[in-house]
Design a protein around this ligand. Structure first.
Ligand SMILES: [Zn+2]
Length: 344
């Protein structure tokens, strides 16, 4: 089975919200959400960025069936509340590790060993830096295992502005990074923490591009040329990712895939492959991977959940991707970029 590394899942938030113990993840069987250990094994899921995301007070839902929408930026989250919530959600990851469901990886060598062994190599990732009030806290979280950080989710914080969800819409929605944001990017570079650009607005994206010495990474975003969601990447953003040797993780969320922006789960796997075609044609086969948004979004029924990953790999083969290309997309590119970023 082909091992898959996935650039984004919200399994920790699902487990936290459901208030269930690690056994539901280890044993599976409830078929809730998209990721648990049995389905990961069936699908070849051998690792990923496990997001610690702190929800806000209002959980504005994305529209089910709209062909156009404009959801404003979510309100700021209080840093003290974010810190407590992040601790509780991250504890879920270490609970899964203690139960033997996965290993929290801190280096490329550890991740490569997991992919080799078929163990899930989980990267502790924060989606939004509200719980990290400064560089000292970043260093503390690094010691805890943090290796990937999105400065913002789709809201404003001390570091920058995320994109509000809009369709059709542009990611160019507001100002770029704050001074603190620039400082945090430099600190991430120094420690070897990945700076994730998904959810960041266009000016923030290019501010990071101007500062960062690491490959540019958008862990779960698609091509704006094919789906004009504000969450997707313009051609110039894609080019910047390619120029730095970075990676775009293809998001399976149907609203970020379809040209009509609808949240329609009957969307075919071919549409996922269309985005992969577009981005590989533009910036090369070395700069695309997966960023499913499992447990955080409505995805094509044809993939269904983590167990459906082999159907996507089959579709790539049918589209003409050879074995070497499929391996790059499945995990090779992610492993290369993470090793380069982490310098380990
Ligand atoms: Zn996200």
């Amino acid at each position: 089975m082909t091992a898959v590394f996935d650039g984004h899942n919200d399994a920790l938030l699902r487990l936290h919200r459901a208030g269930v113990g690690v056994e539901s993840f280890v044993e599976g069987g409830d078929d809730e959400g998209h990721v648990d250990l049995p389905r990961a094994r069936r699908g070849g899921l051998a690792g990923g960025l496990f997001a610690v995301f702190v929800p806000g007070e209002d959980s504005s839902e994305l529209p089910e069936d709209a062909t156009s929408y404009a959801i404003p930026l979510s309100p700021r989250v209080d840093p003290a509340i974010a810190r407590d919530a992040a601790d509780a959600i991250a504890a879920g990851l270490f609970g899964l590790e203690a139960a033997g469901a996965l290993r929290v990886v801190r280096s490329g060598a550890e991740l490569a060993a997991c992919i080799e062994a078929g163990t899930i190599g989980a990267v502790l990732h924060f989606e939004g830096a509200e719980a990290i009030p400064g560089v000292a806290e970043l260093e503390r979280r690094y010691e805890q295992g943090l290796r990937s950080l999105g400065l913002v989710w789709s809201r404003m914080n001390a570091y920058g502005e995320g994109v509000p969800f809009r369709f059709p819409g542009s990611p160019d929605t507001g100002p770029g990074l704050t001074t603190l944001g620039s400082e945090l990017v430099r600190a991430c570079n120094r420690l070897g923490v990945l700076v994730d650009l998904s959810h960041l607005n266009l000016r923030g994206f290019f501010d990071v591009a101007a500062i960062s010495e690491a490959p540019l990474v958008a862990s779960h975003s698609n091509a704006h040329a094919l789906c004009a969601s504000s969450r997707n990447l313009t051609d110039e953003q894609l080019d910047a990712v390619g120029d730095t040797g970075g990676i775009v993780g293809i998001n399976f969320a149907v609203g970020f895939l379809r040209d009509d922006g609808r949240f329609d789960s009957s969307t075919s796997i071919a549409v996922v492959v269309d985005h992969i075609d577009y981005i590989t044609d533009r910036i090369g086969i070395d700069h695309v991977g997966f960023g499913s948004d499992f447990d955080g979004a409505k995805i094509p029924e044809a993939i269904g959940d983590a167990a459906g990953l082999p159907r996507l790999l089959d579709a790539l083969g049918e589209r003409g991707y050879g074995d070497e290309a499929v391996l790059k997309l499945a995990h090779g590119n992610w492993l290369r970029v993470l090793r380069q970023t982490w310098r380990s």
